[in-house]
Design a binder for this molecule. Structure first.
Ligand code: ADP
Ligand code: ADP
Ligand code: MG
Length: 451
């Protein structure tokens, strides 16, 4: 196991990684930008190194500076967290060239799976169903029109390099496809530095179901069950749970999706933790591969709650060369877990980001309640990064019990000073359709409009 690692991230996930390292007696070096100089977790790390000014481009995304910090900190490995450089194959490669272990899959695997088109091709090769759509990149609008007429509207234009719920356009007919084609490609070029777009049938009533994978460098691949992340706004997850109790998603479907995810990751020669995301067509009762996230995910705690495992610990073990400690049959699933993302966004004002100074803050507590957050009373949320303030996770023996516990946990939480999504989440948790489990990915948009 490693003696010292560098955490190339910030916020709640930096703190969450430090916690596991402390428990395992691994020293931590954390990097921070000037905007994060007052982050309280900096004191928990063994060493904190400033890597530049607030804008991520000048700090958390600066490969050479982070590598320099790793050299100065004399670490053996780098944990990239999520977002920032976590899915950047170049960064992973530079780490390896500098004899620093990148805590994630091999560079080649990040490259193949990081591009949604090559990932789709790999899924097909592994015999995993993909959403009907274009074979690969679309070279012109005529090609897009021909495919759409064949598979039928609505279709979804997607950026091959997309992420974070961005770079997607629903097209309902030839005219809107013509209009969006260039727009989508230009936007992808600006946002991701790659204007390549492809096309999928748009599944109108769908659930987002993803499978957590754990794999080692010796060819062993297991799954840790699925998560349902259907409650989304602008294709970004707000509430996640495990297991998925989607209508029609029974024992058979659960088994099939898990087996498909494992097969795909075996074909990809995957190592470390990763997630295979699927879109589940409720009407057809069918699931299709969507993408792979080659990193730890924001919502990994719900899986930790139902399996009793620490995913960061398993990541560290695998990255240090250990074989998996568990076979598939050793993994036990207990009860139901739910996570709510608390964002500094104003639900009454189109979910505008609202950085600023936190006033009172009292995190909820109690049996089977976990809150992962870096905030504290008096903390100033910087405007430079995404708006995630923390994640509230609860566990119950049944979904009903977990829902009640989540409501009570949200009621207990005191969070003042910045507009945030807690009240909005509370409303969703009271919604009859949400409670009954009858909803799809359009649930939030139908409530608040497609802002
Ligand atoms: P998860 O799949 O773990 O739920 P998200 O989609 O919420 O992850 O993304 C995790 C974080 O990474 C978010 O803060 C999101 O804004 C950011 N992110 C993910 N992909 C990209 C990308 N390609 N470019 C920029 N930010 C991204
Ligand atoms: P990202 O990399 O931004 O996470 P994904 O491909 O995972 O992109 O898609 C994000 C979300 O967009 C999904 O969770 C789902 O809600 C929606 N989505 C993606 N593809 C489709 C599709 N073919 N049909 C319907 N919804 C889709
Ligand atoms: Mg996704």
């Amino acid at each position: 196991m490693f003696k010292r690692i560098l955490i190339a991230n910030r916020g709640e996930i930096a703190l969450r990684i430090i916690r596991t390292c402390k428990r395992l007696n691994i020293e931590t070096v954390v990097v921070y930008s000037q905007a994060d100089k007052d982050a309280v977790y900096l004191k928990l790390a063994d060493r904190a190194i400033c890597i530049g000014p607030g804008p991520a481009k000048a700090s958390y995304l600066k490969v050479n500076t982070i590598i320099a910090a790793a050299e100065i900190g004399d670490v053996e490995a780098v944990h990239p967290g999520y977002g920032f450089l976590s899915e950047n194959a170049h960064f992973a490669e530079v780490c390896r060239a500098c004899k620093i272990t990148f805590i994630g899959p091999p560079t080649q695997v990040i490259e193949t799976l990081g591009n949604k088109i090559s990932a789709r091709q790999l899924a097909k090769a592994a015999g995993v169903p993909t959403v009907p759509g274009s074979e690969g990149a679309l070279s012109n609008v005529e090609e897009a029109l021909a495919i759409s007429q064949k598979i039928g509207y609505p279709v979804l234009l997607k950026a091959a390099a997309g992420g974070g719920g961005r770079g997607m356009r629903i097209c309902h007919n030839d005219a809107s496809l013509r209009m969006y084609f260039t727009q989508a490609s230009n936007e992808a070029e600006v946002a991701f530095g790659d204007g390549t777009v492809y096309l999928e049938k748009y599944i109108e009533s769908a659930r987002h179901i993803e499978v957590q994978i754990l794999a080692d460098e010796h060819g062993n691949v297991i799954h840790l069950g699925e998560r349902d992340c259907t409650i989304q706004r602008r294709n970004q997850k707000l509430i996640e749970e495990s297991p998925s109790l989607a209508p029609g998603f029974g024992k058979r479907e659960r088994y099939d999706i898990q087996v498909a995810a494992v097969r795909l990751m075996k074909t990809a020669k995957y190592a470390n933790a990763g997630t295979v995301e699927f879109i589940y067509d409720i009407k057809a009762g069918k699931f299709y591969f969507m993408e792979v996230n080659t990193r730890l995910q924001v919502e990994h705690p719900v899986t930790e709650m139902v399996t009793g495992l620490d995913l960061v610990e398993e990541q560290l073990r695998v990255a240090s060369g250990e074989p998996l400690r568990f076979r598939q049959k050793d993994i036990q699933f207990l009860g139901h877990a739910i996570e709510c993302r608390i964002n500094a966004e104003d639900p009454r004002n189109g979910f505008m980001p609202s950085p600023g100074k936190i006033g009172m803050f009292l995190p909820p507590a109690g049996n089977n309640i976990r809150m992962d957050t870096h905030m504290y009373a008096g903390y100033t949320v910087p405007p430079n990064y995404d708006s995630l303030l923390g994640k509230l996770i609860v566990h119950g023996l049944t979904r009903k019990e977990a829902l009640l516990r989540m409501r009570f946990a949200l009621d207990q939480m005191v969070l003042e000073g910045v507009a945030n999504t807690a009240s909005f989440l509370r409303e969703i948790l009271q919604d009859a359709n949400f409670v009954a489990g009858s909803y799809d990915t359009s649930f939030v948009n139908k409530r608040v409009g497609p802002t």
